[in-house]
Write a protein that binds this ligand. Structure first.
Ligand code: ADP
Ligand code: ASP
Ligand code: MG
Length: 591
């Protein structure tokens, strides 16, 4: 019998009428001949309310008790949902995570799922019941209640679907699908019919709140077809799949308003310093993004990155100690910044995407204070005051309001709801379901790097530079713009070695125009890339990579991070050695 997992978010179960509505959707699925597992969140804003109660008592409640408290929200909903189903004449049974056997580690408030026992759910399903599972919660080996992090019910649902080998996982919410950007922020956002795991994962972790990003890690790793749709209507919704029907250069954009930028100033540029900084941050389980290290001037370099503003205080505590330890000059930070990101699988194949984005922003006079790119995303940091305007501008620049016309050749040959068999997707070596999955470690020796220092930190500079470079027929790969200091910034990029001469010609001309020093370049850089799933949510990865290289005496030049790819650029002479060290370090988890 086919099995469907249906998840209803907070606003979809906000009152008993809505709970009845959700129950009817489950009944319809059961009547259509499916076994049904329903995963629910706490009603409406219950979780927020519970947190504020704790905060009435103290600013720093203990994480264990917060999980005990917060998990109660979901327990109310499962019981009411089961009562609703019984009132409609259906057999149902509610189950907490402990009753199901959703085992997690013991990191309260951000626990990761280790294993899920399917036995009790199967028994109930086989006796004709609809199973109602509490989302968001788990239980550790000692029997303590844990939670998965805010918004974590999506992750519960997809993980249950993976463990049960469900045919589909339906996420019912208050929007009728995944949009090109948050429709609450931009009315012209368009609903997409399909989007890839990689794009959704990137968008979710860059601020698209419609899905908890870790749920997409599960979906990708275990091949779960996810269908996002409305609780309140029967419209079609959006499918999250391996190969969507379109591979437009940009599938969507995300805005993260609550970001902070931190810069560690004048870090002595030697092996191990990046490692020390990031190891301290990783220990505090803080997820960093947009890591930009300037190419060292006079043996010192600034290192900047962004974190969610909620993590700013904790990050500052960590950095103040760490910067002393490594002999840096100090820490500078900015709170009122926003991160805008454009994401698309088709970006890899088509040049000029970054330039389109920078150009559109330049025309509106929006200053970009930092840039990072990876193969499927471009992120720019802007001031919070420019956030809304930037989102509108970038969305319009890629014409996201219009349906794309780029059929994906892979889509036709791959059925959208194909479930991977255990043999096709060998995750048996993962000690826990949510372990990081490393798919490959590679060395790319085809690139050269150029850095232009002392670029005026004013709107339009990146746009001008990449426009001139594109006009010269040069395709740029990785782009980084560091955080400005004293009105100047630095822009680095990589190109294929064959393009180096042409790119240098253009940048030399611009440097003269800006009264900047001659561009620095390295004709033979080596890029070490770790590919996999869960790279960013497992905060320790950057640390392990940096540490492995530092222990081998290898200095890190530039880094580029995304959900599925973590790249570190080193001198060519260190490429082979770095590759061997990294392969060694991660060998145990390689497929
Ligand atoms: P639930 O309680 O059902 O989990 P959430 O509030 O967590 O619902 O997620 C749904 C919300 O996500 C929508 O109301 C929408 O404002 C927001 N959102 C952000 N980005 C997107 C996007 N790209 N597509 C659709 N919704 C988005
Ligand atoms: N109730 C939890 C929260 O509000 C989990 C969820 O809704 O996904 O974060
Ligand atoms: Mg949610």
């Amino acid at each position: 019998m086919p099995l469907i997992v249906q998840k209803f978010g907070g606003s979809s179960v906000a009152d008993t009428q809505k709970i009845l509505g959700a129950a009817r959707k489950a009944i319809r699925a059961a009547q259509a001949g499916n076994q049904v597992v329903v995963v629910v969140s706490a009603m409406g804003k219950t979780t927020n309310h519970l947190i504020s109660l704790a905060n009435e008592l103290t600013e720093r409640p203990s994480n264990r008790e917060m999980d005990m408290l917060m998990s109660s929200g979901e327990q109310v909903t499962i019981a009411l949902m089961a009562i609703a189903l019984e009132s409609l004449g259906y057999k149902a049974v509610s189950m907490t995570a402990a009753q199901i056997g959703i085992k997690t580690d013991s990191s309260y408030m951000r626990a990761r799922i280790k294993s899920i026992s399917t036995e009790s759910m199967r028994n109930a399903l086989d006796s004709g019941k609809i199973v109602i599972a509490a989302g968001f919660q788990g239980i550790d080996d000692a029997g303590n209640i844990t939670t998965l992090g805010r918004g974590g019910s999506d992750t519960s649902a997809v993980a249950l679907a993976a463990a049960l080998g469900a045919d589909r996982c339906e996420i019912y919410t208050d929007v009728d699908g995944v949009y090109t950007t948050d429709p609450r922020l931009l009315p012209e956002a368009r609903k997409v019919t399909q989007i890839s795991y990689d794009e959704m994962l990137e968008l979710a972790s860059l601020g698209a709140g419609v899905m908890h990003s870790r749920s997409i890690e599960f979906a990708k790793k275990f091949g779960v077809a996810v269908h996002v749709r409305s609780s309140f209507s029967d419209t079609e919704g959006s499918l999250i799949v391996a190969d969507p029907e379109s591979d437009a250069a940009v599938a969507g954009c995300a805005l993260a308003r609550s970001e902070a930028r931190l810069t560690v100033l004048d870090v002595p540029d030697k092996p191990g310093n990046a490692m020390r900084l990031f190891s301290r941050i990783a220990e505090a389980k803080i997820a960093t993004d947009m890591i930009v290290q300037n190419i060292g001037v006079d043996g010192r370099t600034d290192m900047s990155f962004s974190v969610p503003v909620a993590d700013l205080a904790a990050t500052l505590d960590v950095l103040k100690a760490a910067s002393k330890e490594i002999g840096a000059a100090g820490v500078d930070y900015e709170e009122n910044v926003a991160k805008i990101s454009a994401v698309g699988l088709g970006m890899e194949k088509r040049g000029g995407v970054a330039q389109t984005m920078f150009q559109a922003m330049a025309e509106k006079g929006i200053n970009i204070s930092m840039i990072t790119t990876s193969e499927i995303k471009i992120s720019a940091l802007v001031s919070l005051a420019d956030a809304q305007e930037t989102l509108r501008t970038v969305h319009a620049a890629f014409e996201l309001e219009k349906a794309p016309e780029n059929p994906n050749p892979l889509a036709a040959s791959h059925p959208v709801t194909k479930k991977l068999t255990a043999a096709e997707l060998d995750v048996s070596h993962l000690s826990g379901m949510e372990e990081i999955l490393i798919e490959g470690i590679d060395l790319d020796q085809s690139q050269a790097r150029i850095t232009v220092n002392d670029v005026p930190d004013t709107p339009g500079m990146a746009a001008l530079m990449f426009q001139k470079i594109a006009a010269a027929g040069v395709v740029v790969d990785m782009i980084l713009q560091s955080c400005g200091r004293d009105g100047k910034t630095a822009i680095s990029f990589t190109v294929s070695r064959a393009m180096l001469e042409k790119a240098l010609e253009v940048t030399k001309m611009l440097a003269r125009q800006w009264n900047s020093p001659e561009p620095a370049f390295n004709p033979t850089v080596a890029i070490l890339a770790v590919r996999g799933t869960g790279l960013r949510s497992h905060t320790g990865l950057a640390f392990r990579m940096f540490k492995t290289l530092a222990d081998g005496g290898i200095n890190v030049n530039i880094v580029s991070t995304s959900e599925r790819n973590f790249e570190i650029t080193v001198d060519e002479s260190n490429g082979q050695k770095g590759l061997e060290l990294l392969r060694n370090e991660f060998a145990y988890s390689m497929i």
